[in-house]
Design a protein around this ligand. Structure first.
Ligand code: R7I
Ligand code: MG
Ligand code: MG
Length: 349
C-alpha cells in the first residue's frame, strides 16, 4: 500500500544508520564477493549475537549532530552545528573519521573561533576537502526543510563547515536533493527522478566556483551532471557488471566518486536483480548491492540507505537487521522529531 510520510522519514534516517553499520565490515576492501555480503547480512538474522552489535561510524555520528542541531535551533545555525560536530568528535574520536577532517574538528572546538567556516577553508592547501563527509550526513536537511531551495541552501552550508571545495559541498546538495525527492515518492518514476536531479545540478554547477574547481581538478565541466548522465546510461543497459559501475561511477571517498554511485545503487535495485536473494525487497537489495561494490562501503550504503529508506519506508527494513545496529532507535526518534518540525512549518507564499 502507500507509504506514509512518517514512515518515509523513519526509513530515511534508520536505513542510513543501517548502511553505515553493515557497511563498516567492508570499508576499503576492493574485491567484495556478493557471497560474502549475503553471508554478512544473513548472519544478522541469527539472533545469537545480541542487539546493537554493529557499531556506527563517523557517518552516523555526524548525521546525528546535523539532526540534533536542526531540531534544537529549529533550523540551520552554523555556530551550533559546528560546536555539535566538535563536541561529538572530542567525546568519541575513534569512529573512523577521514584523515583530513579531524584537523577541522579540532579547530572547531576552540571557543575563540569566530568564523566557523574558516577551518574548512584551510584544508588541502586552501582549496578545501572534496571528500564525501559533507554528503554522508546530508539526509536530515531533506527532512527538515519543506522546499527544494532551502534543502539545497542549507545542505550546502552544513557541508561547508568541513568541506569547502565545491566538489565536496555539491555532493551534499545532490545527496540531500535525492533524499528530498524520494520522500515525495518521486522514485516511482525513475526516469523522471534522474532527470530532475540532472536539471537541479545543472543550476548548481553553473556557479563560477564550481566551474573553476572542476577545471583545476581536471574534471568534466559539470562533474556531477556528467556522472548523473552515466547513471542514466547504465539504467538503460540490459545488464550492468559491478566492474562497470566502479569504472563509470567510482566507489571512492571523494563525493564525486560516491554520491552518484549511491543514487545508482537505489535506482538499479528498484527491480529484482540476478544474484540477489528472491526474498529480498528493494531496500535489502539496495544495501546488499552497495556493499558488493567495495570501496567506501559504509558511506555509499549510508547514502543509498537514506534515499531508499525514504522511498520504501521503515517497514521495509528487516527487524533483525535493525536491532543489530547501534543507533537505529535513536535515528528513528530523531526522524520523528524532524517530522514534527517539518509539518509544523507553513509554506511561504
Ligand atoms: O570527507 P571526510 O569527512 O571523510 C569521509 C570518509 C567516509 O568514508 C567516512 O566513512 C570516513 O571513513 O571518511 O574527510 P576528509 O579528510 O575531508 O576527506 C577524506 C579523504 O579524501 C582525505 O583524507 C583525503 O585522502 C581525500 N581528500 C583529498 N585529497 C587530496 N586533495 C579530500 N579532499 C582532498 C583534496 O583536496
Ligand atoms: Mg564512516
Ligand atoms: Mg566511509
Amino acid at each position: 500500500g502507500p507509504v506514509s510520510l512518517l514512515s518515509r522519514f523513519h526509513g530515511a534516517l534508520v536505513a542510513a544508520v543501517l548502511g553505515d553499520c553493515v557497511g563498516g565490515e567492508f570499508e576499503g576492501a576492493q574485491d567484495v564477493p556478493l557471497e560474502r555480503v549475503l553471508q554478512h547480512l544473513s548472519g544478522l538474522e541469527d539472533d545469537t549475537r545480541g542487539d546493537g552489535i554493529l557499531q556506527y561510524s563517523d557517518d552516523t555520528a555526524m548525521m546525528r549532530c546535523v539532526a540534533q542541531s536542526l531540531l534544537t535551533r529549529m533550523g540551520f545555525d552554523e555556530q551550533d552545528m559546528a560546536r555539535s560536530f566538535a563536541k561529538e568528535y572530542s567525546l568519541a574520536p575513534g569512529r573512523g573519521y577521514g584523515a583530513g577532517v579531524i584537523q577541522v574538528l579540532r579547530k572547531l572546538a576552540s571557543p575563540q573561533l569566530s568564523d566557523v567556516f574558516q577551518p574548512a577553508r584551510a584544508q588541502f592547501g586552501g582549496r578545501g576537502s572534496f571528500g564525501n563527509g559533507g554528503a554522508m550526513r546530508a539526509a536530515p536537511f531533506a527532512l527538515a526543510f519543506r522546499n527544494a531551495a532551502d534543502v539545497k541552501k542549507y545542505a550546502r552550508f552544513g557541508a561547508m563547515l568541513t568541506h569547502s571545495c565545491s566538489l565536496g559541498y555539491n555532493g551534499a546538495v545532490l545527496q540531500a536533493l535525492a533524499v528530498y525527492l524520494s520522500l515525495q515518492g518521486e522514485l516511482s518514476l525513475p526516469q523522471k527522478f534522474i532527470n530532475r536531479l540532472i536539471c537541479e545540478m545543472e543550476e548548481v554547477e553553473k556557479d563560477e566556483t564550481a566551474r573553476s574547481d572542476a577545471k583545476v581538478l581536471n574534471l568534466d565541466e559539470f562533474p556531477f551532471c556528467a556522472r548523473l548522465h552515466r547513471v542514466k546510461e547504465l539504467m538503460e543497459q540490459n545488464s550492468v557488471s559491478i566492474e562497470e559501475v566502479i569504472s563509470e561511477l567510482g566507489n571512492g571517498i571523494a563525493a564525486l566518486e560516491s554520491v552518484p554511485t549511491a543514487i545508482f545503487c537505489v535506482l538499479h535495485c528498484l527491480e529484482p536483480r540476478e544474484g540477489l536473494p528472491e526474498h529480498y525487497g528493494g531496500l535489502e537489495r539496495t544495501i546488499a548491492y552497495s556493499l558488493a561494490l567495495g570501496g567506501d562501503t559504509d558511506t555509499i550504503a549510508c547514502m543509498a540507505g537514506a534515499i531508499a529508506g525514504a522511498h520504501y519506508g521503515i517497514s521495509a527494513i528487516p527487524q533483525s537487521w535493525l536491532i543489530s545496529c547501534e543507533g537505529a532507535e535513536e535515528a528513528k526518534h530523531l526522524a520523528e522529531r524532524l517530522y514534527k518540525l517539518h509539518i509544523m512549518q507553513t509554506d511561504e507564499v
